[in-house]
Design a protein around this ligand. Structure first.
Ligand code: SF4
Length: 358
């Protein structure tokens, strides 16, 4: 079993760009944790192998108390886990929280910094400021965490080249082991999309977005990071084990509202609705939807996920015609006979993937 994902859907406020399933109904945290504990109990037997990785994501898991995290980890059992990650918002980080989750077994943090620029953070609706972000990482290091990932965002409306360069410099100055960086996607129905559509804000053009991405890749590479997935960079040995198993197509269990599982070519998912989830678990009638992946689905996933990674995909596994993309310099062949995207190819990765899917 690759691992267990625990979804904590609570957020103190909604960010302006987010379309993930999350809720601000913090008053329901306690009953939600009880429901997740029950689901873990009910589904423990599905993990017929030792659990090697645990990922507590959201939403914002740091809206929970550390005793909730401890109870969740105790219920899962951490004896075989080598990587236990928890996502945190910089604004929630306190020494007691860090101490509590560390004692509970969390050994990897993923801190949602996004930017160090106060104005930009405010415009995208984040509730922390740059100073808090910087201090959050320092506090985590002081408490002994030595496997820290931070998230950054680029191509944000009103983001300037200077501020992006400064953000990368500050991120590197923090000496963390892992950086994830995402270009903004305008999801339908979000506040940011509405503001850009109404002309109140202007989106960054594609050329600038690509240049921001290339600059990021260059700077992180210079600092010794391995670019092991399109949006993920790690110092050698610090690649995220849990997420890597998703990209490698290994099985996992997801618990909590909206969480997905993948076991034996079957993908299943819990309802993305807090009340329906809690009620279903309490009554033992939770309706988990599922689909069995066909050979074609699995091939397409392999292409979609594999080409996002530095390992790429075995040439022999690819059924589509790769020649035009090899000739155009979007793909390259490794000495081990695998096909990987080049830096230029990463700019048009979705097009390449679509071309090779069947
Ligand atoms: S904290 Fe994360 S999940 Fe919550 S609204 Fe913001 S981006 Fe979405």
């Amino acid at each position: 079993m690759a691992g267990i994902y625990v979804h904590i859907p609570f957020c103190k406020k909604r960010c302006a760009y987010c379309d993930f399933f999350s809720t601000t109904l913090l008053a329901r945290r306690k009953e939600y944790v009880e429901a997740v504990l029950k689901e873990i109990e009910q589904r423990k037997d599905e993990a017929n192998e030792p659990i090697r990785t645990i990922y507590i994501g959201g939403g914002t898991p740091s809206t929970l108390m550390h005793r909730h995290i401890r109870r969740l980890l105790e219920a899962i059992g951490t004896q075989d886990a080598t990587e236990i990650t928890m996502e945190l918002n910089p604004g929630d980080i306190t020494y007691p929280l860090l101490r509590g989750i560390r004692e509970a077994g969390v050994n990897r943090l993923s801190i949602g910094i996004q930017s160090f620029q106060p104005g930009l953070l405010q415009r995208i609706g984040r509730r922390h400021n740059g100073m808090e972000a910087f201090q959050a990482v320092q506090m985590a290091k002081y408490m002994g965490f030595d496997n820290i990932s931070i998230d950054l965002m680029y191509a944000l409306p009103t983001q300037t080249w200077e501020s992006w360069k400064e953000d990368i410099g500050l991120a590197l100055a923090l000496n963390v082991q892992h950086i994830s960086a995402y270009g903004l996607i305008y999801e339908e129905g979000t506040e940011l999309t509405r503001r850009v559509q109404s002309g109140e804000m202007q989106a960054i053009d594609e050329e600038t977005e690509n240049a921001m991405y290339d600059y990021l890749c260059e700077q992180l590479k210079k600092a010794g990071f391995v670019h092991y997935e399109v949006s993920n960079f790690a110092l050698p040995g610090y690649e995220a084990k849990h997420n890597s198993s998703y990209w490698d197509g290994r099985p996992y269990i997801g618990v909590g509202a909206g969480a997905h599982s993948y076991i034996g070519h079957v993908r299943s998912w819990n309802p993305s609705n807090l009340s329906a989830y809690i009620r279903g678990i309490q009554a033992g009638t939770l309706l988990r939807e599922s689909e069995t992946l066909t050979d074609t689905d699995r091939y397409n996933e392999r292409i979609m996920l594999g080409l996002r990674t530095r390992k790429g995909v075995k040439r022999s596994e690819i059924q589509g015609d790769i020649t035009p993309h090899l000739e155009a310099g979007n793909l390259r062949r490794t000495t081990g006979g695998r096909i990987v995207a080049t830096q230029q190819g990463l700019h048009i990765l979705n097009t390449i993937i679509e071309d090779l899917m069947i």
